[in-house]
Write a protein that binds this ligand. Structure first.
Ligand code: SAH
Ligand code: SF4
Ligand code: F3S
Length: 509
């Protein structure tokens, strides 16, 4: 009997990619994938520390699997990722049945350490150095990026993939754990990025999303005076046969240079979408967050994006209830969101993280009910803008890369020719829902927008010069009922879902 692995993933795209790569490595080592923890010989949790809630979820999942381990003591339980790097001792203390603790910079060792845990019955740890443990070079070297050859069977959709271009972060926003959990910022060699993208395109991948914590700060120093920046990487990828779309997330406002915006405008494959988190609309708050820009500078950057890339859509992140955020400072954030016309915003309540500068310096002094109210108020302003932005597109034609059945149609087994509701994204990253056969999945189609809600554009597939194909379509704003709607995940198709849990049920035999 081959061994089986079950994996749960929380956190951002980095974690989604890491889980895919770990699962592919285990598959190569003979493991099959199971979506039933009770059947699995190896239970893995790829974790996130960005908010307390993400950590709580992992501890409760670990609690749930403790009886499985007691019933079948040979089962190996592993904690991977950001929590593993940050809280190795605490994890073993709170969940003594954990056999494996592997940080973000040591993932290549998972298959070997699983075997060792099984053979010895002893807990296995693989962690990178803390940021203050040694000099920069040694700390960098201890975060080893894990980017093996890709296995298209290990992805939820074979035509979409994440590609790491950068890992770690050097910005040290005062509220954030990422610079410690992912280590120093390091940019990947452009030749490796190109080789991976070419391999993916050869496997039939049409869309890649380049990922990095501050992806637009990407810069590879060749050591001979040459430097490669993100715009150069995009130009190289634009020439890769088979690649139709290249996206990149997440951008740091201060590093949004004109050459990058020009590349977004001019390169046919580059998606006209920028995720550039503002975090707050108040200068004092931004200063305490150490975001390194003022609201005025953020506004100027936004104007530049729109001037240089006509039609670009921009989304943002906000933290409400950060230390010392008064009602007046919150109103400034409301004003920014009202004016900025973001496509969408991801809004988070501040969660104090032990070990960060904010936890050290400032009191978490905004009460939970105030955080909640501010969250709702900001969301209401954003949703009104998203609806207006979407409604302005009614009557327009958009190019959609079809991703799969819409949320409403999911779970219904569709016969080959049956018309179901499908979902995909436009070149400006809008979610588009329309009727079509499952054969369209993975293809790009033209859709005329007939209706819109705050989260979704509704339309019908159009062929030739604007002739509607024979798909039945009933405009139905009632579909916008939040429940069935394909609301944006954080921040894109497969991806980053700090609020939501992602379980990768991969189609591996
Ligand atoms: N590197 C990206 C995002 C990293 S984390 C960037 O800098 O934009 C994703 C989002 O989580 C952040 O943009 C921020 O809005 C939110 N976040 C990070 N730390 C948080 C905390 N302690 N509490 C609440 N939200 C947080
Ligand atoms: Fe965290 Fe700031 Fe780095 Fe983003 S830029 S990962 S918010 S420290
Ligand atoms: Fe780590 Fe991503 Fe969470 S870098 S802390 S998994 S948001």
């Amino acid at each position: 009997m081959p061994r089986t692995v079950y994996i749960e993933t929380v956190g951002c795209q980095m974690n989604v990619l890491d889980s895919e790569l770990v699962v592919a490595a285990l598959h190569k080592a003979g493991y099959q994938i199971s979506d039933q923890p009770a059947d699995a010989d190896l239970l893995l949790f790829n974790t996130c520390s960005v908010r307390e809630h993400a950590e709580d979820k992992v501890y409760s999942a670990l609690g749930r699997v403790a009886p499985l381990k007691r019933a079948k003591p040979g089962t190996v339980v592993g904690v991977l990722g950001c929590m593993a790097q940050k809280d190795q001792e605490l994890i073993r203390k709170r969940a003594p049945h954990v056999d494996l603790v592997v940080g973000t910079g040591q993932l290549a060792r998972v298959p070997e350490l699983v075997e060792k845990a099984r053979e010895t019955g002893q807990p296995q740890y693989a962690l990178s150095l803390g940021r203050a443990d040694a000099g920069r070079h040694a700390v960098e070297a201890s975060f080893v990026s894990f980017d093996p050859a890709r296995d298209s069977a290990a992805r939820p959709t074979p035509f979409q993939a994440f590609v790491r271009v950068q890992f770690g972060c050097d910005k040290f926003c005062t509220y954030c754990v990422v610079p410690s959990t992912r280590g120093p910022e390091q940019s990947r060699h452009p030749d490796h990025i190109l080789a991976e993208a070419t391999q993916l395109a050869g496997q039939g991948c049409k869309e890649i999303t380049l990922i990095g914590q501050t992806v637009n700060s990407y810069e590879f120093d060749h050591g001979d005076g040459r430097r490669t920046r993100l715009a150069d990487v995009l130009a190289k990828l634009d020439a890769v046969t088979g690649l139709e779309r290249v996206r990149f997330v997440t951008n740091f406002p201060k590093d949004m240079t004109d050459d990058l915006l020009q590349a977004v405008r001019d390169l046919k494959t580059v998606v006209k979408y920028l995720h550039v988190p503002a975090q707050s609309g108040c200068d004092e708050v931004l200063k305490r967050m150490k975001r390194l820009y003022t609201v005025g500078e953020y506004r100027d950057m936004l104007a530049r994006c729109r001037e240089l890339v006509p039609g670009v859509s921009v989304s943002s992140d906000f933290i409400v209830g950060f230390c010392g955020e008064t009602e007046a400072s919150f109103q400034k954030t409301m004003e920014l969101v009202r004016e900025a016309r973001f496509k969408n915003s991801f809004i988070f309540k501040y969660s104090e993280r032990p070990g960060t500068k904010a936890a050290e310096r400032y009191a978490d002094d905004v009460p939970e009910d105030v955080k909640k109210r501010r969250n709702n108020d900001l969301l209401a302003v954003q949703n009104a803008n998203s609806l207006a932005d979407h409604r302005a597109q009614i009557g327009q034609m958009v190019e959609v890369l079809v991703e799969g059945p819409s949320k409403r149609a999911q779970g219904r087994a569709a016969a080959g020719g049956e018309v179901i509701q499908l979902t995909g994204r436009s070149m400006a990253d809008h979610i588009v829902v329309f009727d079509g056969t499952p054969r369209l999945v993975g293809n790009t189609v033209r859709v005329r927008v007939d209706d819109a809600s705050a989260f979704t554009l509704y339309g019908r597939v159009v062929t030739g010069e604007g002739t509607a194909a024979g798909f039945a379509y009933t405009p139905d704003s009632a579909r916008a009922a939040a429940e069935g709607e394909d609301a944006p995940a954080y921040p894109a198709p497969l991806d980053f879902a700090p609020p939501a849990e992602k379980r990768i049920g991969l189609p591996l035999a």
